[in-house]
Ligand binder design. Structure first.
Ligand code: SAM
Length: 280
């Protein structure tokens, strides 16, 4: 992908999530509730996490998710582990991970959007969680040393990165040998072939910031993970979106399609669980 386009995508993503964080910080009018009003490619906390998770943090923090799954449930975190959350947003998964790894463990969140980092630090202070740190950085070039992390988690972020191969190579670099990756993300399954609109038309009409346009196919995700060096690669669709989920501000090219075709298109976008291991 060309560099100018990459920069434009990242600026659009920062503007989108910066505006959300600013509204949460009370700097601008609230644009939606804690749920993802209007873009249900991500969802309300209650749909993604059971109460057992959400009770661990103050309610106002529990509501701030822009995720599409529950990577904490996938990660099987153990006391003492060092965890890294790629694209930590308001910090909910970082705080939930911190509760799991306990005082002898540590959790880093990396995010490129200043207001999201401010929100996450404020939330961690409110929740009284101390074994966490939020770092500014691009997940395509992680600000952490080689072999320094036991587990990488991420929730609905890697689809937003223009260079997914770089993200997964960086994840591999910072993981300790034997370390694991447990990610929730939007994945196209199987692909966008065989529809009356071309893949390019669909992707061009969608917004990257809404977690849809940049969603890789299942086989692309598996290929990037394998090329990065991971083993035991598993990409498992968990939920298929429906038109009713209104997961996109549905572009005209899709609105004009017969309903069954539009539904078929929507159902190819999934919330998926992604797991892989760095060889010991
Ligand atoms: C959909 S939100 C998800 C936030 C959080 N994981 C959650 O579950 O609520 C995406 C987040 O990833 C961050 N992000 C997107 N692309 C990034 C990149 N290339 N590097 C670092 N952060 C990124 C955005 O700033 C935003 O906070």
């Amino acid at each position: 992908m060309n560099q100018t386009k990459d920069v434009q995508i990242k600026e659009a993503v920062k503007a989108h999530y910066g505006a959300f964080a600013d509204s949460q910080l009370g700097k601008t009018a609230q644009t939606s509730s804690g749920c993802c009003g209007g873009e249900s490619s991500c969802a309300c906390s209650e749909k993604l996490y059971s109460g057992d998770y959400l009770r661990l943090v103050p309610e106002e923090i529990a509501q701030v998710t822009r995720g599409c799954g529950n990577p904490i449930a996938l990660a099987s975190l153990k006391p003492g582990e060092v965890v890294l959350d790629l694209g930590s947003g308001g910090g909910l998964d970082v705080m939930l991970a911190a509760k799991r790894v306990g005082a002898e463990g540590y959790v880093y969140g990396v995010d490129m959007t200043d207001s999201m980092l401010e929100l996450a630090r404020q939330n961690a202070a409110k929740a009284g969680v101390e074994n966490v740190q939020f770092l500014k950085g691009d997940i395509e070039a992680l600000p952490l040393p080689d072999n320094s992390v036991d587990v990488i988690i991420s929730n609905c972020v890697i689809n937003l990165a223009p260079n997914k191969g770089d993200v997964l190579s960086e994840a591999y670099r910072v993981l300790k040998p034997g370390g694991r990756l447990a990610v929730s993300d939007i994945v196209v399954d199987p692909d966008l072939e065989g529809l009356p609109v071309s893949e390019a038309q669909v992707r061009d009409a969608l917004s990257w910031a809404g977690c849809i346009a940049g969603a890789p196919t299942k086989s692309e995700y598996e290929r990037h993970l394998t090329e990065a060096g991971f083993e035991a690669v598993e990409v498992q669709p968990v939920y298929r979106y429906t038109l009713e989920d209104a997961m996109v501000e549905i572009p005209e090219s899709v609105q004009s399609l017969p309903r069954e075709v539009a539904s078929e298109l929507a159902s190819r976008f999934t919330s998926s669980s992604i797991q892989a291991v760095k060889p010991a």
